[in-house]
Design a protein around this ligand. Structure first.
Ligand code: TRP
Ligand code: SF4
Length: 402
């Protein structure tokens, strides 16, 4: 993998409603971090949303702008990351189509989310071609940017794994140019005698003895060769490993730790449980939601002692309060020294404090939707440039350049 590709991160989110604190703690805060360390591509996965919402697509249209405003409000910055809409980059669809030709049905049927989601979303008919293929669409999303890292939760790791297999198969089928050896030879010469010799030795050590260090050193050697063209570098990567030319590099999952963000009822925060606090809820609404959220059911009266370990409010303290305040809750609750509203107040303050700057930033974009459209347009242009470069290589590797 070239260093350019290694440093690239891609992730997407389906536009199916407003974002809540679960998204913020589970995904967006991570994106905001990543944008300072990597070349980030973040996109609105509208075609993905269609695979489950093809019967009621209006929610998708209504959610795209809102979702992007939520991203921007959370601190995703178009100066640091490319932000765009999937369907503005038709190359995703073209690559998906081409990859579909070489992807065995069994690989898709075996992706765990296929059966799981069909079970879970019983009210929708998901026995469709598009739904079966959506993990492959995701592979195309990733491979079209040659992204090295894909931040995902546990549930999406299998999709990155599929992407790796598809990339490997693609490279195996189409990375073998008829004159591969000669081209690799010519590319080697461009490194100069000394480096070419070293490269040959490392390749031999890796291929004959499986020496992993030799492979790593060989790769590092290629990275340091400033005067190698991109195609030559990829050729030499492939030659080093004994595969063909690597056209689509295999990405790695950047596992995001599962968000511990509890909802208002103590289950994981999720729209389908109706237990969310949305990023742009009014402060009054947030306060109301928290004041009326359930507590330890055994604590009926003010002077009944309670048990924080069965109380959803305490779970929120575990997100928002330091050790000392958690201790205050524990003592006050079990001795009936504090009331539940007393206990909730610091959580109310913490959530409102956390969301205030987001609300502030969101307001600017709400008042100027054209600014959001411009951001998406610029992001789309940049994304299309990169995507089209990859498609040119892909078409030519298959031989579709007549
Ligand atoms: N499938 C992801 C989800 O449902 C969204 C997604 C689409 C994605 N394409 C992606 C995530 C590529 C990471 C990389 O949440
Ligand atoms: Fe829950 Fe706090 Fe009430 Fe105890 S005092 S039951 S932890 S809200």
């Amino acid at each position: 993998m070239t260093s350019e590709s290694k440093n690239r991160v891609l992730s997407g989110m389906r536009p199916t409603g407003r974002l809540h604190l679960g998204h913020y703690h589970g995904v967006l805060k991570n994106w905001v971090q990543l944008q300072h360390e990597y070349d980030c591509y973040f996109f609105v996965a509208d075609w993905h949303a269609l695979t489950t919402h093809y019967e009621d697509p209006q929610i998708i249209g209504e959610s795209v702008m809102d979702m992007v405003i939520d991203w921007l409000a959370a601190g995703v910055n178009p100066a640091n990351a490319k932000i765009f809409v999937q369907s503005d980059v038709p190359q995703h669809a073209e690559l998906h189509l081409l990859l579909s030709m070489l992807t065995p049905l069994g690989w898709l049927e075996r992706v765990p989310s296929y059966k799981d989601q069909q079970e879970k979303l019983r009210e929708r008919d998901l026995a469709t071609y598009g739904f079966l293929g959506y993990p492959l669409l995701q592979s195309a999303d990733i491979l079209i940017y040659k992204a090295g890292s894909v931040p995902v939760g546990e549930d999406q790791v299998a999709h990155v794994e599929l992407t790796r297999e598809v990339a490997r198969r693609f490279n195996h089928l189409y990375g073998r140019e008829p004159d591969f050896e000669e081209k690799a030879d010519a590319a080697m010469k461009k490194m100069g005698k000394k480096n070419a010799k070293l490269y040959r030795q490392l390749r031999k050590r890796y291929q004959e003895q499986g020496d992993q260090d030799a492979l790593d050193t060989g790769r590092a050697l290629l990275v340091s060769q400033a005067n190698l063209a991109l195609g030559d570098r990829e050729r030499l990567y492939g030659y080093l490993e004994g595969s063909g030319r690597i056209i689509l590099p295999e990405p790695e999952a950047l596992l995001t730790p599962a968000s511990k963000m509890p909802g208002l009822d103590g289950q994981k925060m999720s729209k389908s449980y109706g237990n969310t606090i949305c990023l742009r809820d009014d402060p009054e609404e947030i306060e109301q939601k928290l004041r009326t959220m359930p507590t330890d059911p055994a604590r009926v009266r003010r002077n009944d002692p309670g048990d924080p370990d069965v109380c959803p409010v305490f779970q929120l303290h575990q997100v928002y309060s330091d050790e000392q305040r958690q201790q205050w809750v524990r003592e006050g609750c079990t001795s009936a020294g504090i009331g539940c509203l007393d206990c909730k107040q610091p959580v109310v303050d913490a959530v409102l404090g956390e969301l205030a700057p987001l609300r502030e930033r969101a307001r600017e974009f709400e008042q100027d939707p054209q600014m959001v459209r411009n951001i998406l347009q610029e992001g789309g242009e940049a994304a299309r440039d990169v995507a089209e470069d990859t498609m040119r290589e892909v078409r030519s590797a298959i031989g579709l350049n007549y």
